[in-house]
Every structure is written in structure tokens, then in C-alpha cells.
Design a protein around this ligand. Sequence first.
Ligand code: TYM
Length: 344
Amino acid sequence: MTDAPPPEYKGPKRVFSGMQPTNGLHLGNYLGALKNWVALQNQYDCIYCIVDLHAITIEPDPKGLAGRCREVAAAYMASGVDPKKSIIFVQSAVREHSELAWIFNCVARMGWVERMTQFKDKAGKDEQRMSVGLFDYPVLQAADILLYKGTHVPVGEDQKQHLELSRDIAQKFNNDYDAPAFFPLPEPLIQGPGARIMSLRDGSKKMSKSDPSDMSRINMVDDAETIMQKIKKATTDPNPLPESAEGLKGRPEVENLVGIYSAASGRPVNEVLSEFGGKGFGVFKPALAELLASELGPIAAEMRRWNADPGALDAILRVGAERARAIAQPIMAEVRKVVGLWHA
Ligand code: TYM
């Protein structure tokens, strides 16, 4: 006898994603996540979170944290996330995130969480000295998504493993509590060459805010001149660009720059190569830098405008938190019932 497939989740489709309020967002955050978030608003109900509880897993920063949350909210809106269509809020303003995370701590298995490569990358040789919160980070991430019964999660490729864990937690919760299809199994939306933007200096490392060299990344607030300098200095090789995607194999830095061009322009890689194939980097790099400056320039200007008005940002985040709570609280009440928690 074979097991019947689990019943299908019948609830509404809902997008959930989030970013940490760490200093300075970069091109990877923009092309890997934000740009897709904006497009998804026309198709789905979307919830976009600023995950301050995740940010405290590494370093306390009680003075700077709220300001960084505002800056990330400004980046969301400057990129085109519309607070009238989508919910934008700060994670800790909805207490149920922490509550559901605890319940999921009792569902997730040690072995599952121990497999997470991001923890290993972040901890390096210092695993024993890391906070328990950093280890538990992906369980809180599962709670973020499932507190809203999120069905689709647009992220960069580095989040793929965390999303698999979220699916495993949802499935095990549904099984353990005999609550078929209570939680959906959230699907990652990881799209195109923007999902994996690499360092400008080393094509084997992802572009990241933790890289000590600022030359390795394009920050969302970099001006046109800085972008030009960073792209010009980006590692490449002496050969011209290939005529087709096949020719990018074994040339990770070149593949990265072409991928960035493709993601920023919305044109497929082969189309980019049919324009630039056979040409040298003396032609391609300035074209890429101009493309990025024309995309990021207006966003940076809009970010500055929002950052000059923290009162307006706070008002948006307050409304966002209210709307988020209105979805989360009834779901959390159902969870408490399913789990059998005290309710006298
Ligand atoms: P965070 O803050 O590290 O990154 C935010 C988003 O940016 C994407 N990203 C990249 N995409 C392509 N290339 C890169 N080099 C690159 N660097 C970052 C990330 O994939 C992510 O989509 N754990 C999450 C935050 C989170 C979350 C959630 C996401 C907390 N709860 C619930 C989705 C759903 C994180 O640390 O993202």
C-alpha cells in the first residue's frame, strides 16, 4: 500500500518575504529580491517584513537598530513596494512571530537545523561561541512565513535551504497535530540570474554586506561615479565576451557581470550576449555601469527623500503592523487551539 499524497492547501495565495536591517543594502538584495517583490504586487497579496529579531542574533545594537529598520523600509518603498498594495512592517511589532517560533522549535528536529549551511558559514570556526538565536534563525524564518500562511516566498538563492526547512516544519506540524493542510508548504520564488549575484572581486563568493572590501559590491546608494569605478575594477579576464551562454562556463566573474546586466535590464542572457558577444570589457563595463546607475540613481534619490522624513516612515510601518496583526492573530489563535495550549 502506498501512502496517499498529503491533502492540498486550499487557502489564499500569499507572498511573504523579508530582509534584515543590516547596514546598507546592495545590488544582490535588489536584484535577488526587491525587484521581484515589486513585480509580484500586481499578482498577489504581498507582505514584506523587516526582520529586526533576526538582526539581533549576531550583534546587539540598541541605538542603531530602529534607524536601520527605517532605512530598509525606505529602500523597499524607493524600489517600488507600494504600502497601499502591500503590507510593510517590522517583525518585532507583531509579537506572534516569536510565539510561533517557539512552537516550531518544538517541531523542528536538531538534525534538520544542524544541516543549515548558512549557520556554518556565519559561525565559521566559532560555532560554540555563537548565540543560540543564530542557530535557531531559520526556525524563526519559518515562523515569519507561516504566521501568515504564506504560500510564495521570493528570495535569492542563498535562502533556498531555509525555505526547504520551512516546508519540512510545515509538513511535520500538519502531521504531528493531525491537522491536514493546516499550513501550506511555502514555495520559493527564486528567479533568473539576479538570484545569485556574486562579489565583483571573486566570482565564487556571493555579493554580501559582510565582505570587508566595499569594492566587492555595489551598494544601492552608490552614485554613478562610484558604480563606474567599481565595475571598471571588477575582476574579469583578457578575452572578449562570448557569443552565447555556453561560453560563460568556467568564467564565473564574467558570468556574474553578464547576469547582472541581464537581471537589471530584464533581458535574457543570450540576448545580452548577442549584443555584446565578441566585444571587449572596454565596451561592456561602461554600458553595464551606466545601466546600473540609471536604475539605482532614482531609487537612491527616493531613499534619501524618505530617510529625511522618519515620521512618515513610522506612520507607514505602524499601519503595516496593524494590517499584519489582523492576519497573524487569528492564525495564531488557531495554532494555539491545534496545539492544545492553555486557553481558560
Ligand atoms: P538577507 O537580509 O540576508 O537578504 C535579503 C534578500 O536578499 C537576497 N540576497 C541576494 N540575492 C542574490 N544575490 C546575493 N548576493 C544576495 N544577497 C542577499 C536574499 O536571498 C534575501 O532574499 N533570512 C533572510 C531574511 C528573512 C526572510 C524571512 C526571508 C527572515 N525571515 C522570511 C524570506 C522569508 C535573510 O537573511 O535575508
